[in-house]
Design a protein around this ligand. Structure first.
Ligand code: RB5
Length: 146
């Protein structure tokens, strides 16, 4: 499994924590930054992870900013991205089962390290339910009609 991860400064600490957790699992994690608590702009990182997930060989992406809001909005501007801002195990599971989210977004200032790991596990252990594909097709149609 290959995972792309990125954050702004508001998500930096949580990104590092998640990376240390994923290092204990047999997954390949590619970190697209940021690399410190110094202020950066979340759209740059939402775009990077969006492009990585849609154009490269990643199973999914993780984006993190202070709230998860700005970076999820940004990632969702990349064609083919379905970024879901998830804030508990339930929304994480349904983001996969119903929405087949290819990116999950977290808030470094809203979600604790421990909760983030539960959220990540809930997403990773879930399976997309094909009965929802027709709705994803409608999302694709919105993009095609732009
Ligand atoms: C940065 O201060 C903050 O605005 C950003 O991390 C995020 O919360 C935006 O949605």
């Amino acid at each position: 499994m290959r995972i792309a991860i990125g954050s702004d400064h508001g998500g930096y600490e949580l990104k590092e924590y998640i990376k240390s957790y994923l290092a204990t699992k047999s997954v390949d994690v590619v970190d697209f930054g940021t690399t410190s608590n110094d202020p950066v702009d979340y759209p740059d990182y939402g775009k990077k992870i969006g492009l990585a997930v849609t154009e490269e060989d990643f199973d999914f992406g993780i984006v993190i900013c202070g709230t998860g809001i700005g970076i999820s909005i940004s990632a969702n501007k990349v064609k083919g991205v379905r970024a879901a801002l998830v804030y508990d195990e339930f929304t994480a599971r349904l983001a996969k089962e119903h929405n087949n989210a290819n990116i999950i977004a977290l808030g470094g200032r809203t979600t604790s390290n421990e909760e983030a790991i539960k959220i990540l596990d809930a997403y990773m252990n879930a399976t997309f339910e094909l009965r929802h594909q027709k709705r994803l097709n409608k999302i694709n149609e919105i993009e095609e009609n732009e």
